[in-house]
Design a protein around this ligand. Structure first.
Ligand code: FAD
Length: 192
């Protein structure tokens, strides 16, 4: 997986100083909602989904759904996919209209999917995913492990990440009057 390239897909042109490629894995591990983008019959779709990511396999993401999921059926064909994970950290308000902004951490992954058939791999993925979303809950103690019949009726797609970029904004407003306490108006950050 190449973290930064000069390829048009992953080069940040707006605010390149906000690029944080070394934090891509950290953001994927922290995120909760993936927006999964793909093209079918020339039309783009972006579908919100839960996902699994572990730093132990830094170039892999996992998505799951029922067998009838259009998204997973398409991704299983190996078509290009773009998965974006965003965390909104704060809303930034400025004394000048132009400098209102947002604090965020986001990561964008480009890759291709492939279906996971192996039951043990699916089971391990689901248990790790459950632990990631519900820290402290363990199979066999807090909930019954999935029987084979449940795993057999659930599709899992592994997205192999080929390229990735990460971007972040933090801190207060950066308007020309925001550092002047006696300037008109108000400024600050509303934490989310
Ligand atoms: C936070 C969140 C997490 C989710 N996690 C998962 C997950 O892990 N696995 C999973 O299978 N599904 C998940 N869903 C539901 C998912 O977004 C899709 O609705 C579902 O997967 C069906 O997808 P499909 O590919 O079969 O779409 P289709 O049913 O083929 O989509 C057909 C059309 O329905 C509409 N549509 C589909 N989904 C949505 C939506 N979410 N919001 C508005 N319109 C929609 C669109 O117009 C779309 O073109 C999640 C939804 C949310 C909001």
């Amino acid at each position: 997986m190449s973290e930064t390239t000069n390829d048009w897909k992953t080069e940040l042109r707006q605010h390149p100083e906000r690029a944080v490629p070394d934090r891509a894995g950290e953001f994927l591990a922290q995120g909760q909602i993936a927006h999964v983008g793909f093209v079918e019959d020339g039309r783009p779709y972006v579908i919100p989904m839960l996902y699994q990511y572990s730093s132990q396999s830094p170039d892999r993401l996992y998505l799951h759904s029922g067998f009838s999921s259009r998204t997973l059926l398409r991704l299983a064909e190996g078509i290009p996919v773009c998965v974006t994970v965003t965390m909104l950290d704060g809303l930034v308000y400025s004394r000048d209209a132009k400098y209102h902004s947002a604090n965020y951490r986001s990561v964008m992954c480009f890759g291709r999917g492939r279906i996971v058939e192996d039951e043990q791999v699916k089971r391990a993925m689901f248990e790790a995913m459950t632990t990631r979303y519900f820290p402290g809950r363990t199979a066999g103690h807090d909930y019954a492990p999935a029987p084979s019949s449940h795993l057999a009726t659930t599709s899992v797609v592994e997205v192999v990440i080929e390229e990735i970029s990460a971007k972040m904004r933090e801190g207060g407003p950066k308007g020309p009057q925001d550092a002047q306490d006696d300037a008109p108006g108000t400024c600050g950050v509303m934490e989310v």
